[in-house]
Design a protein around this ligand. Sequence first.
Ligand SMILES: Cc1cc2nc3c(=O)[nH]c(=O)nc-3n(C[C@H](O)[C@H](O)[C@H](O)COP(=O)(O)O)c2cc1C
Length: 330
Amino acid sequence: MLNITQVTAERTFDQREFRHALSTFTTGVTIITACCGQGKPVGVTANSFNSVSLDPPLVLWSLSRSSSSLLAFEEAKHWAVHILSHDQDALATRFSKRGHDKFADIEIESGVGGVPLLSGCTTRIQCKTTRHYDGGDHVIMIGEVIKFDRSDMVPLVYQRGSYAIATRKEVTVEAEAPTRTRQDGSSPDGNSMTRLLGSAYFQLSGMLREYGAQQGLNDAEFFLLNTLAARDGLCLDELNRLFINASHSPLINILEDMATRGVLKMVADKGGPKGQALFYLTSLGHDLARKIADAGKQTEQELLGRLGTVETIALRTLLRRFVGAGINEN
Ligand SMILES: Cc1cc2nc3c(=O)[nH]c(=O)nc-3n(C[C@H](O)[C@H](O)[C@H](O)COP(=O)(O)O)c2cc1C
């Protein structure tokens, strides 16, 4: 729902509300650096950066008049814009706080006119100061681009007061595409989380089960091997309980067969709950489980490689948050 705030000639609107409204404009995050007269480096986190002109190549940003670095930037002949990469949010926080040495323990290179350059950024743009403009409680700085370099690093994003990453969204089609209809007349819900998570799981585990089959393991044996690899030394009752949940049975025949093949062993004398024997993987079983785990990692990497870096980070972040949502609110 639209939250309307009236803007009148008398400007009666609340400044905090105005800040919130502005924060809906998503930006990248930069650190802008320069050298003050005594050669000391200065730097601030800024998201007011923007491009102005291609020919001549001009960029701008605005600096608060309350910044302790104002004088240094006003006097600087050169400054450098660092467009931060997705993993530089801690650096952004460091350069947004005053009253400490922002450059402590940070390696810097020297750029055009001695401007301090940070590393690990998505893009760096070195500028010569061309003009300053009055911008209310900010000073607008315009610079001519002298040099720039860029990497493939995924950029950091700032939105609604939080650091974020931007992922490609699916293109919105104006007319809803016809959905496939089942024989009973209902349509599958492509947005159902149960369906999406289930498909993702079966896609990954299906590929792994196929690999297990190549190693001579049927589905039940594959499940058993992975269960014991995760937690060795389970008794028949415990395994049976897991097997019932996974709809595999009967278990004892499978266990005996795997023991004959040297994949697992039964240790009777240690005594499990109610005096039951415990099942352990042998070194052959552990090797097999490791091979499957390695194949799993490779499959995962292949699938995630098709998604790309940003989507992989976004998927992990959101899945973690989704799983965590079952435990706490965040
Ligand atoms: C994401 C983000 C973006 C910011 N953008 C700006 C900006 O564009 N201009 C500005 O003056 N301050 C901006 N700030 C605040 C400054 O980084 C902060 O006031 C400054 O670093 C304080 O230190 P100083 O007194 O040494 O300048 C931003 C802060 C954050 C966290």
